[in-house]
Design a protein around this ligand. Structure first.
Ligand code: NAI
Ligand code: MG
Length: 332
């Protein structure tokens, strides 16, 4: 069966790292039909629209989408694209690899972040010259859906420990936001109990201290939207850099995969961007489409290259994007 994958390079280094990831996918014994689509600053300049309707529709109808990055139009591109794939969870692994100078080399965590509501639901108002407000949205249904996904994730051994006993940690601030985070906490813990999955909880502020002090005590972490955004970036800092971190926006019947980094205007066009985050995003895409073994092969190849080189400048090396990609392909 052939998988239809929409490929959106976007702007800046998206145009360098996404082709590298596609090359890796093409080297595997998996049948893909790649459909290229446009989004970002360049299309905005040319057409007045950062996300053409055609791109939105292609992503909505595809089996999966691989996206690079958009520049100043990032929010106008990525938020609707997440909606196009009907994404309810943002999956963000942060793992320190051998050979990479990480603040906390023992870090190996995966954030499962609620991706539709919370304070990002878009209900902000300017009520007067002096006063602006924000309405936070938390539903039982979205909280339970995230928790069901977290339970499956853990049951399938997809967490860092690879072990269905590992359970997950829910981070929240229900002691202050009693109604909204209270609902979130209650529903997530209820689903875990119904499914017999171990779940413990942390207040998110205390968690922000405990994670950098001892990341080894955490594995899968379930968060509301804003908390997941901030805390997963914190974890990114522990593992040594943006060029390494992949992510997935998973929906019911569709998903979008993207490196966490942006367009890197300071190095764009030089051919020296680190393709690791994009290639690891492609590995997540493979796993999502059921090609778990191939996904693991890609991870192993990437890990080998990170540990033995060649490495790009962000990791202290002098290699180009193409040289790193070729080394990954060699190992595959
Ligand atoms: P950035 O991630 O583009 O760059 C931050 C720093 O990390 C830069 O020094 C860059 O050179 C370096 N870096 C990032 N990825 C790298 C890679 N693969 N290899 C080597 N070095 C890498 O974030 P910044 O500078 O805050 O944003 C630049 C532009 O990207 C902005 O226009 C922003 O709106 C956009 N952006 C888009 C995102 C998206 O499309 N999802 C996410 C974040 C930013
Ligand atoms: Mg963020």
């Amino acid at each position: 069966m052939s998988h239809e994958v929409v490929v959106i390079e976007g702007d800046g280094i998206g145009r360098e790292v996404v082709p590298a990831a596609v090359e890796v996918l093409e080297a595997l014994p998996v049948d893909f039909e790649f459909v290229k689509a446009e989004a970002g600053d360049a299309v905005q300049e040319a057409t007045g629209e950062a996300l053409p309707a055609e791109t939105y529709d292609l992503a909505a109808d595809a089996d999966a989408t691989l996206f690079g990055a958009a520049g100043e139009t990032a929010a106008d591109v990525i938020l609707p694209l997440r909606e196009a794939v009907d994404s309810f969870v943002n999956v963000r692994p942060a793992k320190a690899y051998p050979g990479v100078d990480a603040v906390r080399p023992e870090t190996d965590v995966v954030f499962l972040r609620e991706n539709t509501e919370g304070v990002y639901a878009g209900h902000e108002d300017r009520l007067s010259d002096d006063l602006s407000t924000l309405t936070r949205v938390v539903t039982s249904s979205a909280s339970r859906e995230l928790a069901e996904y977290a339970c499956e994730f853990v049951e399938d051994g997809r967490g860092p420990a690879g072990d269905s006993d590992e359970g997950f940690t829910v981070a929240h601030k229900a002691n202050v936001m009693r109604e909204t985070d209270g609902r979130f906490r209650e529903e997530v813990l209820a689903v875990a109990e119904e499914r017999g999955v171990d779940a413990d909880e942390e207040l998110m502020d205390a968690f922000a201290t405990k994670l950098p002090l001892d990341p080894s005590q955490y594995g899968v972490i379930v968060c509301p939207n804003l908390a997941g955004d901030v805390l997963s970036d914190l974890a990114a800092g522990l593992v040594g850099g943006l060029g390494l971190l992949p992510s997935a926006n998973v929906g019911h019947d569709n998903a979008l995969f993207e490196p966490v980094h942006g367009t890197a205007p300071d190095i764009a066009g030089e051919g020296i961007a680190n393709p690791t985050a994009a290639i690891l995003s492609a590995a997540m895409l493979l796993e999502y489409l059921g090609h778990v073994e191939e996904g693991q092969q890609v991870r192993d190849a990437v890990e080998g290259v990170l540990s033995d080189g060649p490495r790009t400048g962000d990791l202290g090396g002098g290699a180009t994007t193409d040289e790193v990609t070729a080394a990954v392909l060699d190992r595959l």
